[in-house]
Design a binder for this molecule. Structure first.
Ligand SMILES: NC(=O)c1ccc[n+]([C@@H]2O[C@H](COP(=O)([O-])OP(=O)(O)OC[C@H]3O[C@@H](n4cnc5c(N)ncnc54)[C@H](OP(=O)(O)O)[C@@H]3O)[C@@H](O)[C@H]2O)c1
Length: 768
């Protein structure tokens, strides 16, 4: 097989790239995977036959659905970013949303329709029609559930009927291909049936344990994720604590809930489960009744008809060559779904992996790759470490080119006014803030959060939403607040980073109560989805439908001019506009709190560099830029942080005007200079250098320390609403003079509110 020099170059780069991305000794692992497959397959020409055998196994398709879904919801990466030499580009998978909390994103195909993920599907409505007037919600239970079978479960059947009467709901028993229960919207006049976006799998702890042992547990979850419905509910009956394999069961539940995005609900037994079905039916009926208007239908997907849904479930088992390859990879011991997907991302088929390896091995100077591979099967010393691999001369040239490019970028940045503004003005601003600490600061104690004990003994934990919780200060705040007893909702752009962060916090603090929900605060639509997911999660978890603390932490320091989904300049759109919009979207939930609630806006000392502002919609949104190549990133960042302060003080004044008791208090928090990823867009040589200098000056803090001002603000007494927290130990100082300009803050409020209303109209958000 002949390859061009470029293709060979690309192949080496691909494998190097893959091993770097996987961090572990992934080269060895990739090789190991390959070897194992070779062992399975013996030779390439038998691949076809092997695949046929795999195709016959229906349950393998389930693995694939889960893999594909897991991969796409977690990585957000496109396989075509990593082309494989001599191999056609990977076909696009049919994605299925796997999460009940909107961890999925991007486009999703459901029964042949191209649709947007994470927005709940709605049954069709004509103009002027209301859901409640047209549809009945009917709970469908699988006829194989033992309480639905009359011959050996007449007592249970009676119980089911009593639930029907008690909750005034309709229950029908039918054969379900997937899940144990789901809900349909039945048209009152035509009788047509549409499957609503919720599905339940029920398991008693005993059954759960045996299904974990024999892999049925995973297969059932895969079937659920593959069925196309978004809200996946797992009901676990019985007490895992009193089970001999309690830890295994709890770990499985944890993985199912936190990492795979199911809503895991626990019930004490069959009766409790049926009652749970009753409550869920009410919640779903209320949700659809309250949220669907005909106008909203334009932005949402239509629920599949019951017939289409059944067909879709029957089709779940069909799979493709890439699907088969993923399953094969997972047959190899130690190859997890994540590893299999990473391999698949680069090499969509076994053949493409094999080709890349033969190339790599020939480049390593090993002539007989098969000899080598077979030796490797038994003698691991033959597996070359990545550092031992000879790098192709062209790759050396590329590396040198990259280094040169970075150096030139760094030089250009040093020559720009932005660099000097950051280096000089920002340093002065932080020093000024520290001087204020010493000169005139006020200190406030931290109060413990209000954790209520319900009449049934359950703890009602305050809910805290933290944006940008996947890195730096947001991650540190999530950990610190989970330790304080909050139920922390981690909100971030990347589902993969979110699940990593949940794992990390759980490792440090196993009792932490965490929920991960995906959101991009540079997209209004994503924020709407976030709000809906949050509401649904609160509703489904028997929690008070409110939020007690919102920490607006997400932020960025962009160095190039680009736009958000709504066409605003990216940095302003994220740091200020996105924060303003999210705070306003979530305000009803904060106002609904059973205890005083709070918003903490994370701002920065850099706001002090702004001495005057000219405010209008165009400047705020940054839609117009005279010279995009000379993007004034430092100024935009400073302005965005000043706007956050103006917004915080204005909201404080407005809320204080209507309610003196500070039911919702607003604090600003400035963490100082913290070593995080905030400088990731600054040329790496410069960011390293500046960190060194800041450390020498004694100004640099680590996130666990820098987060103190945010936690102070979150736990300070009510009367500190409208204050600026800086320096930790509960201390507040004054922000810049401009930030207290009430006229300016009113103007900013008016412009920002106009944007908010425009977007709400555009996206037809239910203002309730
Ligand atoms: N570090 C400092 O010295 C310092 C000083 C003063 C103020 N601050 C402020 O502190 C806050 C946290 O920053 P950091 O220092 O911890 O930086 P960081 O490590 O870069 O964290 C920023 C977080 O915000 C998230 N984020 C960015 N854009 C987002 C979007 N459109 N939607 C959702 N999440 C988004 C990031 O997610 P991704 O990982 O997906 O990008 C990341 O999780 C920022 O508001 C920053 O301005 C930082």
């Amino acid at each position: 097989m002949l390859y061009s020099e470029e293709q060979i170059d690309d192949a080496v780069a691909d494998v190097l790239l893959a091993t770097q991305r996987m961090r572990t000794s992934a080269f060895g692992l990739l090789l190991y995977v390959y070897l194992q497959i070779m062992k399975l397959m013996f030779a390439f020409d038998s691949v076809g036959k092997q695949m046929e055998i795999f195709l016959l196994k229906p349950q393998v398709a389930m693995h694939i659905r889960m893999l594909v879904c897991y991969h796409h919801t977690n990585s957000g990466k496109n396989a075509s970013d990593y082309p494989c030499p001599g191999v056609p580009p990977r076909r696009s998978f049919i994605l299925q949303p796997c999460s009940s909390d909107n961890l999925g994103h991007g486009t999703v195909k459901f029964i042949g329709l191209n649709t947007k993920a994470s927005i709940l599907m709605m049954p069709p409505l004509d103009a002027g029609e209301k859901f409640g007037e047209i549809y009945d919600v009917v709970l469908i239970l699988d006829d194989r559930e033992h309480f639905t079978r009359s011959k050996n479960g007449s007592r249970s059947k009676k119980f089911m009927e009593s639930i029907e009467t008690e909750f005034k709901i309709q229950i029908e028993v039918r054969r379900l291909e997937v899940g144990d229960g789901l809900w349909i919207a039945k048209h009152k006049y035509t009788g047509s049936e549409y499957v609503l976006d919720f599905i339940v799998e029920r398991k008693h702890v005993d059954d759960l344990f045996s299904s974990i042992k024999d892999s049925r547990y995973r297969d059932q979850k895969l079937r659920l994720t593959g069925c196309g419905l978004q809200r996946l509910i797992y009901i676990v009956e019985g007490d895992p604590n009193s089970h001999e394999a309690g830890e295994t069961i709890k770990t499985a539940c944890f993985t199912t809930e936190i990492l795979e995005g199911f809503d895991v609900q626990r019930t004490s037994g069959l009766g409790d489960t049926l009652r749970k079905y009753g409550y869920l039916t009410h919640a779903i009926t209320n949700y659809y009744g309250a949220h669907i208007t005909n106008d909203e239908m334009r932005n949402t997907r239509i629920c599949p008809s019951y017939k289409d849904f059944l067909k879709k479930c029957q089709d779940i088992d069909k799979m493709t060559v890439s699907d088969v390859f993923a399953v094969q990879l997972m047959q190899v011991s130690q190859v997890t779904e994540e590893i299999a997907l990473s391999v698949l991302e680069l090499y969509p088929t076994l053949l493409s992996l094999a080709r890349a390896y033969s190339l790599l091995l020939s480049l390593s100077g090993i002539n007989s790759s098969f000899d080598f591979l077979w030796k490797c099967c038994y003698q691991s010393k033959y597996v070359p470490a990545i550092s031992e691999l000879p790098i192709h001369p062209r790759t050396h040239v590329n590396l040198a080119r990259e280094t040169m490019k970075e150096l030139v970028e760094a030089m250009m940045f040093v020559l720009s006014s932005q660099f000097w503004r950051m280096a000089v003005l920002w340093t002065f601003s932080i020093i000024f803030s520290y001087l204020q600490l010493w000169w005139k600061s006020q200190s406030f104690p931290r109060l413990s959060p209000n954790i209520k004990t319900e009449s049934d003994g359950r703890l009602q934990r305050p809910v805290c939403v933290i944006t940008g919780a996947t890195s730096g200060l947001g991650a540190a705040a999530a950990y610190a607040l989970s330790r304080e007893g909050f139920y922390v909702v981690l909100a971030g752009r990347s589902t993969h980073l979110l699940s990593e962060m949940v794992k990390e916090i759980k490792q440090r603090h196993p009792d932490a109560h965490l929920k991960a929900i995906q959101v991009d605060i540079a997209s209004f639509q994503s924020m709407l989805r976030f709000k809906r997911s949050l509401e649904l999660w609160l509703l489904g978890s028997d929690m008070h439908p409110s939020v007690q603390l919102l920490i607006n932490n997400a932020g960025m320091l962009a160095t190039s001019y680009r736009f958000t989904a709504e066409g605003y300049e990216q940095m302003m759109g994220t740091n200020y506009i996105g924060t303003f919009l999210l705070a306003n979207l979530l305000l009803p939930l904060l106002k609904n709190s059973y205890v005083p609630s709070r918003i903490v806006n994370v701002t920065s000392f850099t706001h002090r560099c702004v001495s005057s502002i000219q405010l209008d919609e165009e400047t705020l949104t940054g839609k117009y830029c005279s010279n995009p190549k000379q993007y004034q990133c430092a100024q935009v960042y400073e302005h965005s942080k000043l706007y956050l302060l103006l917004f915080s003080y204005e909201l404080h004044r407005q809320l204080n005007r209507v309610d003196k008791s500070n039911q919702v208090s607003i604090m600003a928090a400035d963490p100082g200079v913290v070593e995080t990823n905030i400088m990731k867009e600054i040329p790496s040589y410069l960011s390293l250098l500046s960190l060194k200098v800041l450390k020498l000056l004694g100004l640099l803090q680590d996130p666990d320390y820098g987060v103190h001002s945010i936690i102070d603000a979150a736990l300070a007494p009510l009367e500190t609403s409208g204050k600026y927290f800086f320096g930790g130990r509960g201390r507040t100082i004054r922000s810049s003079v401009v930030s207290y300009d009430t006229k300016l803050s009113e103007e900013l409020w008016t412009i920002s509110s106009k944007l908010f209303l425009q977007l709400k109209l555009e996206f037809k958000e239910d203002s309730s």
